[in-house]
Write a protein that binds this ligand. Sequence first.
Ligand SMILES: Cc1ncc(COP(=O)(O)O)c(C=O)c1O
Length: 384
Amino acid sequence: MSEEFLPFSKPSISRAAINDVVACLESGWITTGPRVAQFTEALRDYLGAPHVLPLTSATAGLHIALLALDLKPGDEVITTPLTFAATLNTIVLAGAKPVLVDIDPNTLNMNLNLLEEAITEKTRVIMPVHFAGLPVDLDHLYEIADRHGLRVIEDAAHAIGTEYKGNRIGSVGDTQVFSFHPNKNITTGEGGCVTTRDADLAKKISLLRFHGIDREAWNRYGKSGNQEYEVVMPGFKYNMMDLQAAIGLHQLRELDDFIARRETLVNRYQEALADWPQWTLPKYPAYPHRHAWHLYTPLVNVESAGLNRDEFMTAMKERNIGTGLHYRAVHLYPYYREQFGFQPGDFQHAENVCERIVSLPLFPSMTDAEHDRVLDVMYNIFNR
Ligand SMILES: Cc1ncc(COP(=O)(O)O)c(C=O)c1O
């Protein structure tokens, strides 16, 4: 096989970003400092969020956003079975019980028509995922949350740049958590941020992110810094570094171009695969939105394809093309089955989708020739 391996995702890091990382390294200040402050402002402008807290990851964000809500043992947090383990893990780590609501098989987001059935007197938080960058129907979600007096933490790990009815995710609603992992729409290496409209929650997340200390290190040790500080609660070490923010500042400027390229590539896939019986293609909801296309996730129609999803992924890999699996149904992992009694059949739409879903290669620097190569290999696998 002569052609190089084509990954399913690849970050696009500009020369300017690389130069700024070098400048940061040479500046003498590489941890949380002026670049993180600049990145915070830039995120606030882009996302239209009053409070923005950059962190080491979205997992860290979900963890301390939940902890900041002071959940009590037995409190319930409602989420979706079609998500990364971090969504459920952080609910458990915050001392609460994950309660799941099946997905809508068209949008792959939580089925909001089933949400109210899952609400009990112990429910405190709803934590939906904007899957692949497609916004949850926020009007419907917040109507239910407000009526039941529940907090909402949107797992927006996939959704930087996503819009719902003309509003960016982060600019409306309660609290959101974004990821800047290398396969996301923008990256800082590892990284993430929380956005919120709640000033008290923002203050608490800010303390939890750095040892429960009121001031960040550069205030204490910089020229104008004050070395005095108080520890007001036991906190974590989840602060983003300037080295990461140096990358993020450049990535954020390019985000809209990245999404535009992703969208072009998705439209190419949708057109090329439209009449293939082997695939069920992503569908769009009727409400106005901008999909951020973090992932392109068709479903394998196993009978027409003559092979299942895992076999398809193996066949692609043998032909030097990477694919991704987002995700296996989280409730069927051993910990969740043993701890919470989840079983096969509990969430049938999610389980069906999780057996068939595959993420095809999609990243901003992917060329038309690389895209054609993916399609050619798929023609070849299915003998079309
Ligand atoms: C839906 C979802 N939530 C949370 C996370 C965690 O993000 P991070 O890797 O930044 O901790 C991910 C990461 O892939 C994710 O896909």
